[in-house]
Write a protein that binds this ligand. Structure first.
Ligand SMILES: Cc1cc2nc3c(=O)[nH]c(=O)nc-3n(C[C@H](O)[C@H](O)[C@H](O)COP(=O)(O)OP(=O)(O)OC[C@H]3O[C@@H](n4cnc5c(N)ncnc54)[C@H](O)[C@@H]3O)c2cc1C
Length: 399
C-alpha cells in the first residue's frame, strides 16, 4: 500500500471535520479526511442524525468561504427571534416570556437552521467536488507519531500518511487527542437529550422557542415546512432515565407528553421523524494543540445544546486555524502557529464552556424557590437593554 503525503490530515468526518476539510481544501491546501463511519445523508435512513444546527452569523462566513453556503441557502430556516419561556410555576404553563430580537442588534437573522443529515449530504457533495480533498469514509486514524517537521499517521487500513498538520475532529473521545497526550476536564449532569422533528398547526414565524421548567430546556428550532405543515426541530433535555423512557414510549403517548411539555404553544405536536438520544456533558481539553496537532470541535470542547453554541464554536476553531495557516502557508503546522491557535481560542472556549454549564444547571433546577429565582434572573437580565444586547452579541460570537 502506498503512503500518502498531504498538507493536512483531518481525523474525523463529522460535520466539523468535513467543514474543516472543505474550508482548507477550498483555500488550496491538500487535505486527507478520514472517518471509520460513512456519513448518513438521507433523512429516513437508519442512523440519520435528527439534530439540527443553527448556524449563527459568523458560521455563515466560514461556510461561504468553503463554497458551501450557496448549496445550503435554499434549505435554510432563518432565526429572527430567540424566545425564552419560563414555565416553572405550579402548572406547566408559560408564566414569563422574553423575546430576544435579531433586529435589535443586526440587519440579519441570528442564524439559519439546518437538519444535520442535510448538512452531511451537502458537505459530502462538496468534498467529492474538491480536487484538493481526499475524503475517505470507512478508514480511521489508528496511531500518531510526530516529529518537529511533520506528523506520521497510521490508518486503520494499514496505510501511512505524512502530514504537516493533523487536525483532530474525531469527537469527544478523540483518539488523536489521546495519542497526543492531552487531558480533558469533564462535567456530567445525569441528563440526556432527545432530538427529533415535529410538525404543528401553529406557524413558528422564524422564532426559536426555549421552554424552561425542570430537568433541562425544551427547545423548538424552526425548520422549513415538512409535507406542507410548519415544522420544527426539538431538543428535549431531561434526567437520563426520564429521557430514555420517552425515547421508548409509543408514539401517541410521546406526542401527548411533548405537547404538554411545550405548554401547547404550537398546538398538538406530531412526531415527524425517528427519535435520537444524546448524553449531555461539558468537557474541555487542557490544551488545543500539541506537536503538529490541533484540536477542534468536540475533540476540544463539548457543551450542552443551549444557545446553539457547540458546532458554532467548532467553526470558529476552523476559521482561526485557517487564518493562521494562510498567513504563513510555508510554515503551516509549526509550533509558532499552533501556540498562536491555542492562545487565540482557549479563553473564548473556556468562557463559553463555563457559561453554558451555568445556564444548564439553572435549567435543571426543580424546587419552586430555585425556579422562581431563575425566572427573576431572566427578568432582571432582560430588563436592561444594553445587557440584553451584549448577551445577544456574545451568544452570536461577535463580541
Ligand atoms: C442534541 C444536540 C443538539 C445540538 N444542537 C446544536 C446547534 O443547534 N448548534 C450547534 O452549533 N451545535 C449543536 N450541537 C452540538 C453539535 O452537534 C456538535 O458540536 C457537533 O455535532 C460535534 O461535531 P464533531 O464533528 O466534533 O463530533 P462528531 O459528530 O462526534 O464527529 C466525530 C467523528 O469522528 C469520527 N471518529 C471517531 N474515531 C475516529 C478515528 N479513529 N479516526 C477518524 N475518525 C474518527 C467519528 O466516527 C465521528 O464521525 C448539538 C448537540 C446535541 C447533543
Amino acid at each position: 500500500m502506498t503512503d500518502t503525503t498531504c498538507d493536512i490530515l483531518i481525523s474525523g468526518g463529522g460535520i466539523a471535520g468535513m467543514t474543516a476539510a472543505a474550508a482548507f481544501g477550498t483555500a488550496g491546501f491538500r487535505v486527507l479526511c478520514v472517518d471509520p463511519a460513512p456519513p448518513v445523508i438521507r433523512r429516513d435512513d437508519d442512523g440519520a442524525d435528527m439534530r439540527s444546527t443553527a448556524m449563527l452569523q459568523p458560521a455563515r462566513r466560514v461556510l461561504e468561504a468553503a463554497g458551501l453556503w450557496e448549496h445550503l441557502a435554499p434549505h435554510a430556516a432563518p432565526l429572527e427571534i430567540m424566545r425564552i419561556v419560563d414555565a416553572g410555576g405550579e402548572t406547566p404553563e408559560p408564566r414569563l416570556t422574553k423575546d430576544f430580537k435579531a433586529a435589535d442588534i443586526s440587519e440579519q437573522p441570528f442564524g439559519w437552521n439546518f437538519p444535520n443529515w442535510l448538512l452531511r449530504r451537502e458537505l459530502s457533495e462538496r468534498l467529492n467536488a474538491l480536487e484538493t480533498v481526499d475524503f475517505r469514509p470507512g478508514t480511521g486514524t489508528h496511531s500518531l507519531f510526530t516529529r518537529s517537521r511533520e506528523a506520521r499517521v497510521r490508518l486503520s487500513d494499514g496505510s501511512a500518511v505524512r502530514a504537516r498538520l493533523v487536525i483532530a475532529a474525531d469527537g469527544r473521545n478523540s483518539p488523536v487527542r489521546e495519542a497526543a497526550g492531552i487531558g480533558v476536564q469533564t462535567s456530567r449532569y445525569g441528563q440526556k437529550a432527545l432530538a427529533f422533528a415535529v410538525t404543528h398547526p401553529v406557524a413558528h414565524n422564524n422564532v426559536s422557542t426555549e421552554i424552561h421548567r425542570t430537568g433541562g430546556p425544551f427547545t423548538l428550532v424552526p425548520l422549513p415546512d415538512f409535507q406542507g405543515r410548519p415544522s420544527s426541530a426539538i431538543v428535549w433535555m431531561d434526567d437520563g432515565p426520564l429521557a430514555l423512557e420517552r425515547y421508548q414510549m409509543p408514539v401517541a403517548a410521546f406526542e401527548a407528553a411533548m405537547t404538554e411539555r411545550s405548554c401547547g404553544l404550537f398546538g398538538p405536536l406530531t412526531l415527524a421523524s425517528h427519535r435520537t438520544i444524546w448524553p449531555i456533558i461539558s468537557q474541555k481539553s487542557d490544551r488545543l494543540s500539541a506537536e503538529r496537532v490541533a484540536l477542534i470541535a468536540e475533540a476540544a470542547h463539548v457543551v450542552p445544546p443551549i444557545g446553539a453554541q457547540g458546532l458554532n464554536m467548532s467553526l470558529a476553531d476552523t476559521a482561526c486555524l485557517l487564518e493562521l495557516a494562510q498567513a504563513h502557508p510555508e510554515t503551516m503546522g509549526d509550533r509558532q502557529m499552533l501556540d498562536a491557535y491555542h492562545t487565540a481560542r482557549f479563553r473564548d472556549i473556556s468562557l463559553r464552556v463555563q457559561g453554558i454549564d451555568l445556564l444548564n444547571r439553572a435549567s435543571q433546577v426543580s424546587t419552586p424557590a430555585l425556579r422562581d429565582a431563575r425566572a427573576a434572573g431572566l427578568q432582571a437580565l432582560y430588563a436592561v437593554a444594553p445587557v440584553r444586547k451584549t448577551l445577544m452579541q456574545m451568544g452570536l460570537g461577535v463580541r
